[in-house]
Write a protein of this length. Sequence first.
Lengths: 74, 643
Amino acid sequence: MTTARDTIVDALDIESFLLCESEKEAKELIAQLMQSLGLARHVIVSLDFNGPGAHFRVRAYMNKPGDNYTWLQK
Amino acid sequence: MKILLAPLDPVHDAGLKLIKRKLEVLGYECILLPPDITVEEIGEAALAEKTEMIFVGRTVGYGVEQLFQRVKEVLTRQGVFGKIRVAIGGMAVNDELAKSLGFEAGYGPHTRIEEIHALIERNPELALHITHPVKEKPVFPFPHDYEVKIPETKTYLDQIVDGILDWVADKTSPGVRRAQITEAQLQDVHGSVENYTALPFTPDYLAQCDQSVADFFQKNICPPSVRQITQDEVTAYLRRIDIAKKNFHPRVLQHERKKPLVFVQYGTGCPMMDGMHIKVSESWGADGVLHFDPAWGARTEGLLDGFLTNAEDGTPVTYANLSLIKRSLDRATLWTVRAHRGLNTPEIAVLSGFLGADLTKINIGYGSICGGTDPARLTVDGVEAMRIAARYKMAFDIPTNEELAGVPPHKAFAGMLIMAQLGRRLGAKPILKPLLCHGPFIMVQGLMEQNYVDYNFAKIRALQTIADFPIWPGEPIGFMTHDEEKVKSAATTALHAALCASLGVDAVTTASTDEAFSRGPITSAGRAGALHGIEETFRFFGETDIAPGVRVKDWTEKLILEINQTLKAVAAAPSFVEALYAGILGNKEDGVYPGRAGKNSVVSLTPPKNLGRWDLHPVAVRKKPLARAKPARSAATAARRCR
């Protein structure tokens, strides 16, 4: 059975703004967030901390080039 | 037909005014009610005026569903709904919402008048070119006379080209030989990607290859990071591609100007992932795509075969991989396969031409001082590749990404012009590919501290002043101005594209919004994001030009002078090859050096005295260093990313 997740061509990006007091804290919170979403393998694409918190985009690759792509499974 | 246009906002009725003007041009009689009316007044007006259709507009988005439910109730009560056709529109309206409420249609903010016209006439054909645009493959490159306009420049170029052709006349290489073998074998290839049979590589071919290629064919050993794609995967992939083609309605990025065309470079490592990126790029408006191969492929004698995926950057060039990608392309998409920089240059040109590529990529100078290939070898192979390109009617572009290593633009441009004149002499259609970048030389000299416009302006103006060749900035535009933040990245790409449009160039190669992100592969969403940016920027500027700053004129003149000085120095060298070894087109202090791959592999074809066939002898290239044309300039070597 194909899930919505299987249809993602390559990666799922999440972009948001979180309240924090440092870039380090932002990174820890992003890791927590992704863990809670079941996306432990992730990479921060951009992170801009200033004032109230951090504007970030984090990426979880579902299919990398050369993988056995989920979107090719029946 | 009489149509009633009714705004349900206290003040906002611009959308309906616009529709009124356009419908009247089409011959409809329109009555526009004033803003700040009640729903009851709309029904009363429709009945009084005996209109055949009503468009109700609501700009403000909140509560729109409840509002239109009430509109339907009131109009039903008045006997209007069901008797007179009613459509709705607004910022928060779409066709799905409208139909769920029982209206005939719903229109959002990007609706075109053709769609409304089609609804009124109940004739979808009237909007088909908007809702289902069909792109035709453009004849590219666009017409140019390919004339060098500055006599001094032309004299140097012709002298250098004469020298190159003389130099290669009695030489060949394993790369040239393989291209000949492959071309002969291709005539006998039958089958398809659905049932692929490997090319019949012969011992004669393998004798011209590195051991790793022989191991692949004879022992089935793949290079590290490469795996073979199964036929089941290919079959499943082709099903996906067929679905994508069925739902394909390509965007058109260009607005008032019909150029530049927009190209996207792919080379994720895997031809199937490439295919998906290509379908995304085509759908979001790309006019063409470029195939990038892995760096190791350029430094290996011989090509592999079969469906192969590489876990790192660059998709292996094989007959099967290129066939799979070709099968994925829309018929309107221009296809480029780069051949230019390595030991397989002529053979890749043969495969590309045979498989119907529209363009290839060849630059002997760049490939040998920045791409890692021995200058003598690449000169022999590059000339052969240009001949092949001409034979298959493939135009070829001439990249100048040596700027990313620190080579000053005038040296890169001098090399590019030599290639262009050489290509022209060989009957091909060369395309100049200057790099619009914030490269190391430009950084060190501070040429873009005020803006990214003026120096790029000068670069293009200098080339346009020197000759009338097609110009296609890449690869990609805005290199080293990108940021990991996607909006910044899309913005700089789009603004560079707008600058290129203003400069009247023929095409651009765009980055994705992942251009500056180096901790993982580029994503398909990143491709769409950059194309969105370009579409909006082309719409924003239309035919309006970006004006050059006051420094552009001086910079343009300086560039032309320096290009001519460089060409003069190359022309004065014993040969073009020795000019490359000597660093006239870029040296170690610029951040580049002659490549070593294929060193001593050029062989001389000299007629022996007493034998009936020609013999092969290794060619010795003089090692004596030449005097440099100019004092070397300091240049940063950081961020070297030669492609």
